[in-house]
Design a protein around this ligand. Structure first.
Ligand SMILES: Nc1ncnc2c1ncn2[C@@H]1O[C@H](COP(=O)(O)OP(=O)(O)O)[C@@H](O)[C@H]1O
Ligand SMILES: O=P(O)(O)OC[C@H](O)CO
Length: 497
């Protein structure tokens, strides 16, 4: 019998990947293409949507070539994408009217501050589960309509379409036949009412965004269309779509309430499955849709940390302290501590739980004895501290004592980081055996819809974790670490929780 496969696209902040999985949930082949990060001004971040599409397409073609798999033998395509990143394009030409404004971009800070100081603030947090912040798509759309010629007029005439990256990829994969998104991506726009499962008229009207711009919202696991046959020579069913962090939660098989994962990529995104319960955080964590599946949606509680592995990239690319990110592990273990150095990598403000758009990065505690090993160690520790801030509040919000933290993402390769995380947070940290967990989640969602896998129970049998480390320090050491971190954060922020 001919083998059948699932292909998953992981369109991330720094690269576009395509991964082919077999029925055992194992990787058969993968290809990855990086693309340019555009920084027009400090705090602004853009991508070229055409380059995103080109690199994604090239990655798909490369993995098909490399594995020699016939597109006819691919039974479903799943998409996981960097979330919130905003593309607006012309419905008739299919051309973007502006670069994609990336989730990290801070250009709409002023508008968000107006919202924070208005009566709409409480409404937004209740309806969308989010915090009014430049992170989300809504204010980015407003910015684009205000800054392209005739933006508002064209939008009102129905000439323009908005989408997060999933919508943009589906539009291109179907040659403009489908303008859709899924529940998990819609819930990151700050325009979607997660209680009513509908675009929110009150928020749309405040931001003056015409409804005609918005995609249709679909379940995350559903055969919603097929790729245009001219692209791969076969019509591949598009059967799964989810924001990359929700896809990782699914890929980690966190199907039960209370299960938590952290993806250590460019940023760190800690998500707890809360099932059918929409938990409202008392501590500025986000309530978000995990996925739409089986005729309903499930929710998650999220802490979004903007800078994770990117602080290591900064040491490597801007300071030249490292040749590779992986080298950071060796450097960090050459010293017994950071010698009092703390780094708060608030390069684009601070996300959860501080939500300070004005915070900027700092290095504190420098003495003449501080060397590059201490700096590298402090950078890795900063990733764990930020994660710990979120984990502590998740436990507080839900009353759940976390049993384990499932981890994935590029920086989760770093054993020093994972051990420090386990020490600091006092919970076992479990790294997935499959390195492409985000893609795996998109594949699972697509495979369920395509009937390739039967149900979540079958998927649980495929998912394997590997125990890494348990906490190994005393409570007083822990408190000492944390008080130094808190003092450092207070120097980087204007407001603290
Ligand atoms: N061994 C490592 N130790 C620490 N950081 C790492 C390591 N390997 C990769 N990274 C960091 O992880 C990030 C890349 O992870 P990845 O999951 O590919 O990110 P994304 O999906 O956000 O593009 C980079 O910021 C890189 O610096
Ligand atoms: O592309 P990543 O892995 O950095 O993830 C980005 C997040 O989806 C932003 O919310």
């Amino acid at each position: 019998m001919v083998q059948k496969y699932i292909i998953a696209l992981d369109q991330g902040t720094t690269s576009s990947r395509a991964v082919i999985f077999n029925h055992e949930g194992m990787i058969v082949g993968k290809a990855q293409k990086e693309f340019a990060q555009i920084y027009p001004f400090p705090g602004w971040v853009e991508h070229d949507p055409l380059e995103i599409w080109d690199t994604q397409l090239a990655a798909i073609r490369e993995v098909l070539d490399q594995t020699d798999i016939n597109p006819d033998d691919i039974v479903g395509l799943g998409i996981a994408n960097q979330r919130e990143t905003t593309v607006v394009w012309n419905r008739f030409t299919g051309k973007p009217v502006y670069h994609a404004i990336v989730w990290q971009c801070r250009r709409t800070t002023e508008l968000c501050e107006q919202i924070l100081n208005s009566t709409l603030n409480e409404y937004i947090s209740d309806a969308t589960g989010l915090v009014a912040d430049a992170y989300f798509s809504g204010t980015k759309i407003r910015w684009i309509l205000d800054h392209i010629p005739d933006g508002q007029a064209m939008a009102e005439k129905g000439d323009l379409l908005f989408g997060t990256i999933d919508s943009w990829l589906v539009w291109n994969l179907t040659k403009g036949r489908l303008h859709i998104t899924d529940y998990s991506n819609a819930s990151r726009t700050m325009l979607y009412n997660i209680r009513e499962l509908a675009w929110d008229d009150k928020i749309l009207s405040y931001l003056n965004i015409p409804r005609s711009l918005l995609p249709e919202v679909c379940p995350s696991s559903l055969c919603c269309g097929v790729t245009d046959s001219s692209i791969f020579g076969a019509e591949i069913p598009i059967a799964g779509i989810a924001g990359d962090q929700q896809a990782a939660l699914f890929g980690q098989a966190c199907f039960t309430e209370g299960m938590v994962k952290n993806t250590y990529g460019t940023g760190c995104f800690i998500l707890m499955n809360t099932g059918k319960n929409m938990i409202r955080s008392q501590n500025k964590l986000l309530t978000t849709i995990a996925w739409g599946i089986d005729n309903g949606v499930e929710y998650a509680l999220e802490g979004s940390v903007f800078i994770g592995g990117a602080v290591i990239q900064w040491l490597r690319d801007e300071l030249g302290l490292l040749k590779t990110s992986a080298e950071s592990e060796y450097y960090a273990t050459q010293v017994k501590d950071t010698n009092g150095v703390y780094i708060v990598p608030a390069f684009v403000g601070l996300g959860a739980p501080y939500w300070d758009m004005h915070a900027r990065g700092i290095v504190t505690g420098l003495t003449r004895g501080a060397n590059r090993f201490h700096l590298v160690r402090a950078a890795l520790e900063s990733i764990a501290y930020q994660t710990n801030d979120v984990l502590a509040l998740m436990a507080k919000d839900t009353g759940i004592r976390l049993k384990a933290l499932k981890v994935d993402g590029g920086a989760a390769d770093n054993n020093f980081l994972l051990q420090f995380q386990a020490d600091l947070s006092g919970i076992p940290v479990e790294r997935s055996e499959i390195c492409e967990v985000t893609a795996l989640g998109a594949a699972y969602l697509a495979g369920l819809a395509a009937g390739y896998w039967k149900d979540k129970e079958e998927l649980k049998c495929l998912s394997k974790g590997r125990f890494i480390s348990d906490s190994n320090i005393t409570e007083s050491e822990r408190q000492q670490y944390l008080s130094g971190w808190k003092a450092a954060v207070s120097q980087a922020t204007y407001r603290t929780v």
